[in-house]
Design a protein around this ligand. Sequence first.
Ligand code: HEC
Ligand code: HEC
Length: 349
Amino acid sequence: MVRPGHLPLLALALAACSDDPSLPADELLSAQGLFLGDGHTQEPAPGVVPFDVISPLFSDHTAKHRFLAMPDGAQIGYAPRDSWSFPVGTRLVKTFGYPLDARAPSLGERLLETRILRLDADGWSVHTYAWNDTQTDAVLTVAGKRVPVEWIDENGALQSIDYRLPNTNQCLACHGERGATAPLGPRTRQLDRDHDYGDGPVNQLDHLAALGLFTSAPDAAGEREHLVDPAAPAAGSVELRARSYLEANCAHCHRAGAPAESSGLILGWEEQEPVNLGVCRRPFSAGNGAGGRTYDLVPGEPDASIIVYRMESTAPDIKMPEMPTQLADARGVALIREWIAGMTPPGCE
Ligand code: HEC
Ligand code: HEC
C-alpha cells in the first residue's frame, strides 16, 4: 500500500519553522541515525552503505548522495535483471544539494532535502526532510517547498534557481502508484560500478556481497548486464549511452503501469521495438506537446523528433521529464540528438 509519510496539521505548521526546538524528534533527520555529526557532510553512520548509480536522473544540476540502511542481519534478495527484493525495515536514502562552488568541492554543499524510501510491513513509504538554512538538521515535510538557491557552476558563473522540493504525492508519479511504490536505482544494471568506500575503488555489488547483504552471490563480474555512463564517451557506443540515459530519466514513467503508459512510448532499457521507442510513431497525446512535429522520433532528424522538442522545452506543459525539475539537461539533449542523428535509414515512410 502507498502511504506518504503523514503528519498531523499542527506538526505541519511547526515544520515550517525548521529550527523550532520543540519539534518531536522523529520529525528530525538527525533522529534517523543515518549520518555522523549533524549530517551536513553526509558521512554515513556505521552500517549505512553509500552507493552511486551508473546513469543518474538529472535533477537541475543538484549533487546527490545515496545510501542503503538495512536492519541488522537482514539480506537483500539479489536478482540479475529484475528489481531486488528488500526486507522490511530497509531504508534507501537520497540527499540533494548544490555545491557552493562546483570548481572547489571541498567548500561543501548547500543541502536541500534528504528523501527516504522505507519498507514497512505494508509496503514502501515515502518521506522528505527539508534541510534548514543553518544546515544543522532537516525536518520532515509533506507539502513540498520552494527554496531559492545560488551556486557557482564549473565555469565560474553564478547560477540561481527556485529549487522545488516535491510533495510526497509527487514521489508516486515516478516511484509507482497502484500500491506498487518501489525503489528505482538499486538493481544490478544500475549499481554494477565502482565506489570508493575509503580504501580505493571497489565494485559496489562485490562490496555488498562481501558485507553479507545478498541472499545469493551476484553473477561473475563479466556476466552482469549493466548500463553505461551516459556522460562518458569512453563508456560505450552512443546508442548504449542514449539507452542508459532514457532508462534513468524517462523509463520510470514510460513503462507499463506508470503514468506515461497510455502514451505507448516505452523508453526502458529492455525495450526492443523501434516503434515503442518512438521511431516513426505518431504521438498519442499530440496537442501542444508536439511542437508541430509529426513523429516522436525521426531517424537521422533530431530537429524533426518530438522527443528532442520536449526534452529541450522548459514550458511546464511540454517539458520532459514532466516534473518536478525545471531546467533542460543540455548534456542529455546533446546525447539524444547524436543518437537520433546517427540512426539509419533516415526519415519515416
Ligand atoms: C521525476 C521522477 C522522480 C520523482 C518525482 C521522485 N523520484 Fe526518487 N528517484 C527517481 C529515480 C529515477 C531514481 C534513481 C536514479 C537516481 O538516483 O539518480 C530515484 C531515487 C530515489 C531514492 C534512492 C533509492 C532509489 O529508489 O533509487 C530515494 C530514496 C528516492 N528516490 C526517494 C524519493 C522521494 C521520497 C520522492 C518524493 C519526495 C521522490 N523520490 C521523487 C525518480 C524520482
Ligand atoms: C514524471 C513522469 C514522466 C517522465 C519522467 C517522462 N515523461 Fe514523457 N510523458 C509523460 C506523460 C504522462 C506523457 C503523456 C502526456 C503528455 O504527452 O504530456 C508523456 C508523453 C511523452 C511524449 C509524447 C509521446 C506520445 O507519443 O504521445 C514524449 C515524446 C515524451 N513523453 C518523452 C519523454 C522523454 C524523452 C523523457 C525522458 C527524458 C520523458 N518523457 C520522461 C510522463 C513522463
